[in-house]
Design a protein around this ligand. Structure first.
Ligand SMILES: *Cc1c(COP(=O)(O)O)cnc(C)c1O
Length: 349
């Protein structure tokens, strides 16, 4: 067995509502605000698409979801051979790591970001380097300075999970100018659809100048299909071709492919969810609280506090399941009523 596996543990999901109610003796209903799911749900067209796809369940899926590939290539005006699908971005991060990382090659990202970059780097026996966050955001200068001859891969999570902060087009482009062209930069944009800032990077435009980058998107967050597991990479055909060698042949189901097509085609539904989320997010600005809440471009907010466990427990007693981290609490935005409960807790904590 790979000896590095012993340093790792399996993903720990939070306790279920039922288990939490018992443990904390909670009577009322608990609301899940721990995994950045979109409580408003997917387009109603998705259900119809799933019903139709159910007629062909006995057939293996076509490799790399060709119908969805077509729809996405039209949506972004890119070539089909620039797109690769994963069973969620979790699998895409695994495929990228498995393909690109050889023993002791260096992978750089930030501290306080999505955990799967590190998990997969350790599996591949790579040299994983974390640069501290700066004001809750990726320190792009620090990361650029950490790049050396051994560096193979850089992960930029934009906006960042769990802090919700983002870097704009200028900042990302200035960073890319400093990265040698033999280093691959993956921009994980899992929350891009939720961004309302108008200076958010146009990563597809950057892709035309910087051939060493790729962009990740998922149907799990704003499109509200987390339960179906589908995400994708857009990059240069050469990179896609290499990654495709390690993509498990039938990793995306027929049902997921058709559901994603229906979700993508219903942009009006997406826009509604994004608008509600934006309006709810605004209400977390200027709270009457001394807690530090980072400005968010996502469907969650991060509250920095040394008393993260205490804040998490207080939220829980008020019916809100959040996610405690060592230096703060991440809480997903949900329906207005629950968001109001969250704000009251923060103002009184
Ligand atoms: C949720 C998330 C993912 C994984 O999403 P999938 O459901 O596996 O598509 C990847 N990156 C970030 C930053 C995320 O927050």
């Amino acid at each position: 067995m790979k000896s590095q596996i012993s340093q790792l543990s399996a993903y720990q999901p939070g306790l279920s509502s039922e288990a939490l109610k018992k443990k904390y003796h909670i009577e009322g209903q608990l609301y899940k605000h721990a995994s950045n799911e979109n409580v408003y749900g997917p387009s109603p067209k998705v259900k119809e698409a799933i019903n139709q796809a159910a007629d062909e369940l006995y057939l293996y899926p076509e490799p790399n979801a060709p119908e969805l590939q077509e729809v996405i290539s039209e949506h972004y005006n890119i070539q089909k051979n620039q797109i690769l699908f994963g069973s969620g971005l979790d699998e895409m991060i695994l495929i990228i790591s498995r393909t690109l990382l050889a023993n002791d090659e260096k992978v750089i990202t930030s501290e306080g970001t999505f955990g799967q970059y590190k998990h997969n780097a350790i599996v591949e026996n790579a040299n994983f380097v974390e640069v501290p966050l700066k004001e809750g955001a990726f320190d792009l200068d620090g990361i650029a300075a950490a790049i050396d001859d051994e560096t193979e891969l850089v992960w930029i999570c934009n906006p960042n999970n769990p802090t919700g902060t983002y870097h704009n087009h200028k900042a990302i482009e200035a960073f890319l100018q400093k990265v040698p062209s033999n280093v691959t930069v993956i921009l994980d944009e899992a929350y891009a659809e939720y961004v309302t800032a108008d200076d958010y990077p146009d990563t597809l435009a950057l892709l035309q100048t910087y051939s060493n980058i790729a962009m990740l998107r998922t149907f799990s967050k704003a499109y509200a299909l987390a339960g179906l597991r589908i995400g994708y990479l857009i990059g240069q055909p050469e990179l896609v071709e290499k990654l495709n060698i390690l993509r498990p042949p039938f990793n995306v189901t027929r049902v997921s492919e058709q559901a994603a097509i229906a979700a993508l085609k219903d942009q009006a539904h997406l826009e509604k969810a994004v608008k509600i989320n934006h309006d709810e997010r605004e209400k977390f600005k200027n709270l009457n609280s001394t807690l530090k809440i980072y400005p968010s471009q996502t469907n969650f907010v991060f509250i920095e506090t040394e008393q993260s466990q205490a804040l998490n427990d207080t939220l829980l007693k008020n019916g809100i399941i959040a996610r405690a981290m060592p230096n703060g609490v991440r809480v997903t935005l949900g329906f207005p009523e629950q968001n109001e409960v969250i704000r009251n807790v923060l103002e009184n904590f």
